[in-house]
Ligand binder design. Sequence first.
Ligand code: FAD
Length: 434
Amino acid sequence: MNRREFLSLSALGGAASLALVAEPGPAAATAVPTSASIVIVGAGAAGTALANRLARRLDGAKITIIDPRREHLYQPGLTLVATGLKPASYVVSDTARWLPDGVTWLPERVAAVDAEAKTVSTQGGQTLSYDWLVLAPGLVLDNEAIEGFSLDLVGQNGIGALYAGPEYAARTWSAASAFTREGGVGIFTRPATEMKCAGAPLKHTFLVDDIARRAGNAGKVEMIYAAPQEALFSVPIVSEKVRMLLEDRRIGTQMQRTLTAIDPGARRATFATGNGTEEIDYDYIHVIQPQRAPDFVRQSGLSWADKWVDQGWVEVDRQTLRHLRYPDVFALGDVAGVPKGKTAASVKWQVPVVEDHLVAAIAGGEGTATYDGYTSCPMITRIGRAMLVEFDYNNDLVPSFPGVIAPLEELWISWLMKEVALKATYNAMLRGRA
Ligand SMILES: Cc1cc2nc3c(=O)[nH]c(=O)nc-3n(C[C@H](O)[C@H](O)[C@H](O)COP(=O)(O)OP(=O)(O)OC[C@H]3O[C@@H](n4cnc5c(N)ncnc54)[C@H](O)[C@@H]3O)c2cc1C
């Protein structure tokens, strides 16, 4: 470690521990007395963080969180599992472990929301009335949108799909590691829809390339990054940096290519190109499925009608995350229909905004907090190096450690942010402390 990196780490350690222990906010505030009934759908990153904060801010509220999943998934770790750097267990914990006293967990799947009647129904047949509803069910992966693809194929015939969860991320590593040893053509895809952690397709590309190089097999692999978008990244200056990195490492790019089908036996991928279709033979393909709001959201009438119509994100104000037609409804996290976000880092900044508006409304006032679109991507470029890219709705870079962590440099400290600090901060966020 050089001196600069050491100083950086000290600064980071200070900042991280501040985030972990020194935020008195919700705990110190006087709890607002209320008998309001609040239903939170989804006990993932967003729902759990909000439940913890509301439990401290409200006295007497009936808070119910609904989620059938007994295992909480730390999804930012999936990229590391899919390249053999962490075991699948690294991303799994018990849902119950993160939920506070005073909040009722209903382990069922929500089937419908009736925003006029102010009710939520579960697949198990229960109907709950609410005064306030927070939608935080994340998103679903549309496996069927890619002809020939199904989850049982992952790990075989050179197919990876790390977004599908820890088991599939581990299977992705089986297929990817065979590719780094044996070589051939590797295709790394991205969907045309909005997606969570839009940097992850590039992270997987860079890491697989790095692992092949470290094994002395750079000459054996042909790497192709194939994406539907015109640009490599939504922020132009980051896009240019990524272009230079890919070029340096001789990773080819095929832009405006949307994966539509795979033939697993022939190892052939079909892409829509805008002018027709194109087929590319592969030895390894990383599939990232198109991503959409869960069906119950899309059927609830709460989605945008004129934007993202094929995806169904919830129609909320982009600064307050409050529904534009139903003011007693908020959306948080991946399901929120805002132009940026879909990262845990965004969730960290969104949750206090919803907390502020919800508690203020319950107390008979108006909240003032706003979400500026902050999102962050620790873009891993090789093992031990990453770029900590942080930006907002305006695509302005908003570094958390200006002068310490340069966003467009491949740094060891940024790698540590992803590999070590991010999980600790994420866990503190779940507890409503960061
Ligand atoms: C591969 C990958 C890498 C990532 N890397 C990063 C990163 O480096 N940095 C970063 O900040 N973010 C990263 N993310 C994104 C981050 O994990 C998500 O943005 C974050 O988890 C979103 O939180 P959420 O609460 O909206 O959704 P989730 O955390 O997905 O939680 C949604 C919850 O809702 C539940 N649910 C779904 N449907 C229903 C229903 N019908 N009824 C009841 N409950 C339901 C689910 O069971 C789940 O528990 C990554 C994600 C992936 C997949």
